[in-house]
Design a binder for this molecule. Structure first.
Ligand code: NDP
Length: 245
């Protein structure tokens, strides 16, 4: 993808399992990488392991003012941002009977408010320049629902509503906005699940295995490319056939 050389991407939560693979894949295409982090020790250790030089910016993406500061730090170091990947996310699972207001708010804030907070910094500038890519990482559970995840499923389904609305507003400005909905991916989060429970999850996946972070990253890189310029407002499932619609 030579057209991506020297473009600038901001990947939120780039130090996590899927985020790392996205950073690596875009860096391989010549993209300059900025990522947000909250845990400095983890982020610095992560950066040392990478074959490229990421710009690390401390930012709670659930906090609007922090995102304003993050934009100015990224732009002063790397220039204007061409590609935004809203990948930061958390789960705080509980059945509806037991869920607390705090767990509800934390998940909506980190997964959904963050998409507004980050896009609001960069999308108007992308529209003015006539080129941009926004890729929102949602989840299969936002498409099909999941027991114990009213908060997470609402946030991830909400992300795609945001995608479709913003896509319509910026379609004539050369900016595309798409959602990627991964199924169960072999990251630390999923590998930490008890083995027998993980086996039960895998049994529900027609492909018979977990996905790989690199498979999500490849889809993100395609959506960032020129070839994907006519794709906008779409929701791409990568879930081994676990959910089809
Ligand atoms: P990880 O837990 O490995 O990574 C999540 C990243 O998000 C971390 O780097 C974390 O940073 C960051 N983050 C969380 N909250 C905030 C915040 N408020 N501000 C800034 N950064 C934040 O998760 P995965 O790589 O597994 O998941 C990545 C995305 O993919 C998530 O949105 C997740 O919901 C989605 N997803 C994952 C699936 C899977 O099977 N793994 C399946 C479907 C969707 P820090 O550690 O510094 O807090």
């Amino acid at each position: 993808m030579p057209e991506l050389k020297n473009k600038v991407a901001l990947i939120t939560g780039g130090t996590g399992g899927i985020g790392s693979a996205i950073c690596q894949r875009l860096a391989d295409a010549g993209v300059r990488i900025a990522t947000t982090y909250r845990n400095a020790e983890k982020a610095e250790a992560w950066a040392q392991d990478q074959a490229f030089e990421p710009l690390l910016v401390a930012c709670d993406v659930g906090d609007y003012d922090d995102c304003v500061r993050m934009k100015s730090e990224v732009e002063s170091r790397l220039g204007t941002v061409d590609i935004v990947v809203n990948n930061a996310g958390i789960t705080r699972d509980a059945s509806f009977r037991k869920i607390t207001v705090e767990k509800w708010r934390q998940v909506i804030n980190a997964n959904l408010d963050s998409v507004f907070n980050v896009c609001h910094q960069f999308v108007n500038d992308m529209s003015e320049r006539g080129w941009g890519r926004v890729i929102n990482i949602a989840s299969v559970n936002g498409q099909k629902g999941c027991f114990g995840q009213t908060n997470y499923c609402a946030a991830k389904a909400g992300m795609h509503g945001f995608t479709m609305a913003l896509a319509q507003e910026v379609a004539r400005k050369g900016v595309t906005v798409n959602t990627v909905s991964p199924g169960y991916i072999a990251t630390d989060m999923v590998m930490a699940v008890r083995e027998d429970v993980r086996e039960q999850i895998i049994a529900q996946i027609p492909a018979g295995r977990l996905g790989r972070p690199e498979e999500i990253a490849a889809l993100v890189a395609f959506l960032a490319s020129e070839d994907a310029g006519f794709i906008t407002g779409a929701n791409f499932a990568s879930n081994g056939g676990q959910h089809m619609h």
